[in-house]
Design a protein around this ligand. Structure first.
Ligand code: ADP
Ligand code: MG
Length: 424
């Protein structure tokens, strides 16, 4: 039997302001969706509307094609189970009694558990690692143990859909991953539909097939983790500069916080792209600094596999790449010049100069010819980096004569100050 939830133009307010406005969301059997968003963005409110704990102010939610308001409690409880944030109990039930409550939609009017009910309860306790706690009173449990018992109660309900509100919040890393793997295996083996409100973006990315990012009373972004967890979305919604790296095992985007978003008054006012010429790691410190300060960057020509190349790729920069250990070809050189032509400023990093990459130094002349500001970072000084029979030194002298601005400190402060002062 298929299962479906449709949320149509859902609006909700607790009284004063609107919390959710015009939410549309459709879920089918076997979906595994994560609801993410900053504190107070309405994740719990959305889940409670879907669970019929709250009644929409506007719009409609349908389960299996039937409006939520028309479902009888008991029937609904056979279709979806909820793991809420505050679902505890005021009474000190034993764990087994607590998990048994998951069976109430199946009990007859005498409320007695049949063999199949007991089996479901045991199975749920085993699955969640709470079987050994079955005789304990729930008041004596740790936060993490209680959370597993609440999950067990929901699993005992044997519904095709589970709604969970931050079910991992009290769990240590081991139990978090275990719980998510359990949900994943139930999703894969039994087509369990999972709606998971999650705080941890990286775990959400790894376990949810789709994500739905709530912000500003609406769905700000939705789609695969790759589509939703972008640097731009996270900067806007969480006000944080981040790097997005693929997980080494499954390639799912992982979010690495870098710094709080630069406040508007400290934002750099250089709006054009800055092109970095580097190689061998010479441009990496600048690349990172400028990136964090919000500059738009490009880079070239970088050899595939070298550390500047790796950094540029991680930061998602526009760049010209050359095959590893190959001299820069004319074709790559021309592409580099094209990036320089459209840049607002060019920076020549203190690269090691050899016959294979002299063209990178040559490329800097293009900036001078076009009247673009060219910043030459000469720390260490070129003498110490010239492995091209003095040709590097010669080119640097000509760059200086041609009007390049030499900066003799590797610290990015001077460069950033000069860029910020440059007309843009
Ligand atoms: P999230 O789960 O994303 O942190 P919530 O759905 O809990 O967000 O809350 C969304 C907004 O609604 C918040 O501004 C919160 O203060 C408000 N809110 C939540 N519950 C209530 C309530 N019972 N009464 C009034 N306002 C509430
Ligand atoms: Mg919440």
């Amino acid at each position: 039997m298929g299962f479906a939830i449709e949320v149509k133009e859902l609006t909700f307010s607790y009284g004063a302001g609107t919390v959710l406005d015009g939410i549309n969301l459709t879920l089918e059997q076997g979906d595994f969706i994560g609801i993410i968003g900053p504190n107070g963005s309405g994740k719990s409110t959305l889940l409670k509307n879907m669970a019929a704990v709250l009644t929409p102010t506007g719009g409609e939610i349908r389960i299996d094609g039937k409006a939520l308001s028309r479902w009888r409690r008991r029937d609904l409880a056979r279709r979806l189970a909820v793991v809420g944030q505050e679902s505890g109990s005021g009474f000190n039930f034993s764990v087994e009694e607590m998990v048994s409550m998951g069976r109430y939609p199946y009990l007859d009017r005498f409320g007695s558990l049949k063999a199949e009910d007991r089996e479901a309860v045991e199975r749920a306790m085993h699955l969640t690692g709470s079987y050994h706690l079955r005789e304990r009173g729930i008041f004596s449990l740790s936060g993490g143990e209680r959370q597993r018992v609440i999950l067990a109660r929901a699993l005992a309900q044997e519904t095709p859909c589970l709604l969970l509100d931050e079910p991992t919040s009290f769990l240590d890393l081991g139990y978090q991953v275990e719980l998510l793997e359990l949900l994943q295996s139930l999703n894969r083996r039994e087509q369990l539909t999972v709606v998971l409100v999650m705080h941890d973006l990286n775990l959400a990315s790894r376990y949810c097939r789709k994500l739905c990012l709530l912000y500003g009373n609406r769905i700000y972004a939705r789609g695969t983790p790759e589509e939703v967890l972008t640097r731009e979305n996270i900067l806007e919604v969480y006000r944080t500069e981040v790097l997005i790296e693929p997980h080494p095992l499954d390639g799912k985007p992982q979010v690495i916080p870098v710094a709080a978003a630069t406040p508007a008054e400290l934002k750099n006012n250089f709006k054009q792209r800055v092109h970095l010429i580097g190689g061998g790691g010479s441009a990496t410190p600048l690349m990172k600094e400028l990136f964090v300060r919000g500059f738009t960057l490009s880079a070239g020509v970088l050899s595939v596999g070298d550390s500047d190349w790796a950094t540029a790729r991680r930061l998602g920069l526009l760049m010209v790449e050359e095959a590893p250990f190959s001299p820069i070809s004319l074709q790559r050189h021309r592409q580099n010049l094209e990036l320089i032509e459209k840049a607002g400023a060019v920076v020549l990093a203190p690269l090691q100069i050899g016959p294979g990459n002299l063209l990178n130094v040559e490329a800097a002349f293009c900036a001078l010819q076009l009247g673009r500001p060219l910043y030459v970072i000469d720390d260490p000084a070129v003498q110490a980096r010239d492995f091209a029979d003095g040709r590097g030194k010669l080119l640097y002298r000509r760059l200086q004569e041609g009007g390049a601005l030499f900066i003799t400190s590797l610290s990015s402060d001077e460069l950033i100050a000069r860029l910020s002062a440059a007309p843009s």
